[in-house]
Write a protein that binds this ligand. Sequence first.
Ligand SMILES: [Zn+2]
Length: 48
Amino acid sequence: MPEDAKFKCLRCGNEFQMPFDAEKEPQERACPKCKSNSVRRVKPAVQK
Ligand SMILES: [Zn+2]
C-alpha cells in the first residue's frame, strides 16, 4: 500500500510529498520546482 512520504530536493531545498511504494523502489523522482532528480527522502523523526 503506497503511502505519502516526504522528500527534499538537494538542489533547491524544496520539500514536497509524494506517494512512496516500497515495492516499487527505487523510483526516479524529480523535484516539482526545479525538475532536478537530486531528490532525497526525508525520513520522519521516529528514532530518538
Ligand atoms: Zn528542486
